[in-house]
Design a protein around this ligand. Structure first.
Ligand code: 2P0
Length: 328
């Protein structure tokens, strides 16, 4: 690399986040503007590290994931973020992203969130911009909606906002990771690419006969979830998380072209968690994929771990944390 370009390089690490009041449905597809607020927590151990380099010598923008060159037609969302920075800087430089995931991507483990958040942070720092957390959240949102929440550690709320340009649609942290140090089990039931992307499935869901009912429930979900977390009320958290996740999958299954993201073992894990949740502080959620994310308090942790091990499925045990920062 040309030594003069050294200053245009930066490496960032971002973490996945898991929503308990989920983002599903867009008011603007181009800008990734949601119809409803969502609430999520950052996850330690599920992370993406990305190095961004702005260059006059590169002939085109590029993204490499774990060394693999991603075709140009599949990095359009990354280029949206690059274009925002190019406009701000008055540059025509190209941007090269080298990205490494610490987990399987496109498997419903929210790698698009950590990927876009790490890219947003790395490319803005590499360009010498000192963006505020809100500005970073807006930039990351262009790469992937849920990435807006990965900028912060702990518990976040992404406000849908009302501005047409999306300037008020960003996430804020409302509780730090140590506000409520819950245990997290990420039960990985498949690392295969999703059969239908979230973006595509969201559009299909608007044609479900249950869409209006879903909207009415989803509108209230973020307030309910945030209150449960703020109050550290596990019973309320479990009720909110289970209702939200099951409602989402019922909607997804009721599209004109139905989608079922579950694997047989998804059901086995969920049924076990539901049963345990009547007696101990444990709950779960499922994103647009087959994997199950389990939350529990310390007192329930050994029991929950034993039960997951008894099903015989791979899992990661971790904690609430996450966020986006310069790589160490
Ligand atoms: C969420 N998901 O709140 C929901 C729950 C999946 C299920 O955000 O089109 O990849 O990039 O804005 O962010 C996944 O959607 O969608 C997602 P785009 P994204 O975490």
């Amino acid at each position: 690399m040309n030594p003069a370009e050294q200053q245009y390089t930066h490496t960032a690490v971002a973490h996945a986040n898991i929503a308990i009041a989920k983002y599903w449905g867009k008011r603007d597809e181009q800008l990734n503007l949601p119809l409803f607020d969502s609430v999520a927590f950052g996850v330690n151990d599920l992370c993406t590290q990305t190095t961004a380099t702005w260059s006059d010598e590169a002939t085109e923008d590029a993204l490499y994931i774990d060394g693999w060159h991603v075709p140009l037609q599949r990095i359009e969302r990354m280029q949206r973020m690059m274009d925002i920075i190019r406009t701000q800087k008055g540059w025509s430089k190209k941007c090269v992203l080298q990205s490494h995931n610490a987990f399987a991507h496109s498997s419903g483990l929210a790698s698009s969130a950590s990927g876009a958040a790490a890219a947003a942070y790395a490319m803005s720092c590499a360009a010498g911009l000192d963006l505020s957390p809100a500005e970073l959240s807006v930039l990351a949102r262009h790469g992937s909606g849920s990435a807006a929440r990965s900028i912060h550690a702990g518990w976040t709320r992404w406000r849908a906002g009302s501005q047409a340009d999306g300037s008020d649609s960003y996430a804020v942290q409302f509780a730090s990771p140590d506000h409520w140090p819950l245990n997290v089990f990420v039960v990985q039931l498949s690392s295969a690419r999703k059969p239908v992307s979230s973006t595509e499935c969201m559009k299909q869901c608007e044609l479900s006969p249950f869409w209006q009912t879903y909207c009415a429930e989803a509108f209230a979900a973020a307030d309910i979830a945030q209150k449960a977390v703020t109050d550290r009320n596990f019973g309320a958290l479990a009720a909110a998380a289970h209702h939200n996740a099951m409602m989402l999958h019922a909607l997804i299954m009721s599209c004109p072209q139905p989608v079922c993201y579950f694997e047989p073992q998804t059901i086995a894990v969920v049924q076990k968690i539901f049963k345990m949740s009547t007696a101990i502080p444990v709950c779960c959620t499922i994103d647009a994929g087959p994997n199950v994310v389990v939350l529990c308090e310390d007192i329930a942790c050994p029991f929950v771990k034993n039960e997951i091990m008894a099903i015989g499925v791979p899992f990661i045990q971790t904690t609430i944390g996450g966020g986006t920062k310069t790589a160490a």
